[in-house]
Design a protein around this ligand. Structure first.
Ligand code: CAA
Length: 390
């Protein structure tokens, strides 16, 4: 039985900040962002957009009524949770009207958790082949005004429907994970933005990649020649490019190197315009590759490198399934073009707006234009979401 990704959807917020504008406002050379980090834009989420609305929008895009009857597990992976107790997956389950006898919960390990969610979904479908599992990676990455991480911020969610006989990618049983207890990026409960040891975090990312890849090769006997492409967690694309160069074997033919480089370039196209979406970044890279590389074909094997600060990393692979291209959305770039461009002042106002409750814990919100789901009210500290009529 094959198990893997049957459908994949993506959502981002309706606003965008151009990094050349940010560079000007921060008195930075724009090429530091465009060439030093390989970034162009970042999605900006207003207060009415959070991990629940992004997740619901990404999933709503792909699910049929039949899927909603078959889904018996909803896993939401996130670093930017909205409640210390209630799982965002429960809100999403309700908003999407998924049948009630389902297990819904949240998973956390910085940017890594969606990979663990996929592993768990695979085990569940192996045991119950008629089940479908909805895995959503949803995050809003906020570092703060003027911080080194500011240009890498972003917002978005990737939803994946995991089933047997999947129509996009089938997972191989070759996962190799690594845990190392390091403080490269973390966010205590009392902090709204993370503490980051920036350069140290890049070293941890690259060293986790190198050592996990070595162990993966040792255990599986596979080499880069067995892969059509490698997708990376994309905190910002330049770091992943360094990662690709780190694992490129000197003995590889120029043709193979060119193929891997070209496919890497296709895998960063969406992240360059959306920014870091933490748990979803790796899968946004995968989506970008699949939707922008028409030469990929059924049977091609793709490696995926997942990294979550703290730190947990994992390498696994999946094979493209015949007909996969029919399940994709080749108009994604046009949709990104439709976001409203913000001035830096408007970005600062929107992105850093805080909930301002009255003494009883109430506040009403006006959804932004072009939102599919929105936070419309907090009533006695309870968040209320609605599908926005278009
Ligand atoms: N023109 C072209 N390039 C320029 C330039 C210019 N004028 N000025 C600088 N650059 C280049 C630098 O040479 C450098 O390139 P190399 O890395 O190839 O040397 C690059 O731009 C970045 O410049 P700096 O080294 O000065 O670093 P920075 O101030 O931009 O900060 C960062 C980089 C520390 C990673 C910062 O973006 C950050 O803190 N980011 C958040 C943490 C992060 O993303 N870590 C990644 C690993 S952790 C993870 O993966 C989990 C996660 O998602 C957060």
């Amino acid at each position: 039985m094959t198990i893997g990704i049957d459908k994949i959807g993506f959502a981002t917020s309706p606003y965008v900040l151009r990094l050349e504008d940010l560079a000007t406002a921060r008195d930075t050379d724009p090429e530091k962002l465009s060439k030093g980090l390989l970034l162009k834009e970042q999605s900006v989420a207003p207060i009415t957009e959070d991990i629940v609305t992004l997740a619901a929008t990404a999933a709503d895009d792909i699910l049929t009524d039949e899927d909603k009857e078959a889904i018996d597990m909803v896993i939401l992976a996130t670093e930017s949770g909205i409640d210390q107790s209630k799982a965002a997956a429960v809100f999403v389950h309700g908003l999407l009207d998924i049948q009630p006898f389902a297990r819904s919960f949240e998973m956390k390990e910085a940017c890594y958790a969606a990979t663990a969610a996929l592993d768990y979904a695979k085990l569940h479908v192996e045991k119950f082949p008629q089940s479908k599992v909805l895995v959503i990676a949803s995050d809003i990455a906020k570092y703060g005004i003027g911080t080194p991480g500011e240009p890498t911020q972003g917002a978005g969610a990737v939803a994946m429907l995991i089933s047997h006989n999947p129509r996009i990618l089938s997972f191989n049983d070759d996962n190799v994970a690594q845990t190392r207890d390091v403080m490269d990026f973390w966010r205590p409960n009392y902090a709204t933005t993370p503490f980051v040891n920036g350069i140290y975090s890049t070293q941890q990312y690259l060293d986790s990649l190198k050592t996990t890849w070595a162990e993966y090769q040792k255990r599986t006997g596979l080499a880069l020649t067995d892969f059509a492409a490698v997708c990376f967690h994309l905190p910002y694309p330049k770091l992943a490019l360094k990662g690709l160069k780190k694992i490129l074997d000197k003995s590889l033919s120029e043709e193979k190197k060119d193929q891997l480089q070209y496919n890497f370039d296709q895998s960063i196209l969406y992240s360059q315009r959306v920014g870091n979406i933490y748990t979803g970044s790796l899968f946004l890279g995968l989506l970008s590759l699949l939707e922008n590389q028409p030469q990929l074909k059924a049977g091609d094997r793709i490696a995926l490198f997942s990294y979550g600060s703290g730190a947990v990393s994992e390498i696994f692979s999946a094979n493209l399934v015949p007909g996969f291209e029919q399940l994709l959305d080749h108009k994604r770039m046009e949709k990104l073009d439709q976001r409203t461009v913000l001035s830096v002042a408007d970005y600062e106002r929107l992105f850093y707006e805080e909930v301002d409750l009255d003494p009883s814990g109430n506040q009403v919100f006006e959804p932004a234009t072009h939102q599919t789901f929105a936070l419309t009210e907090i009533k006695e500290h309870q968040r209320t979401y609605q599908k926005v009529e278009k």
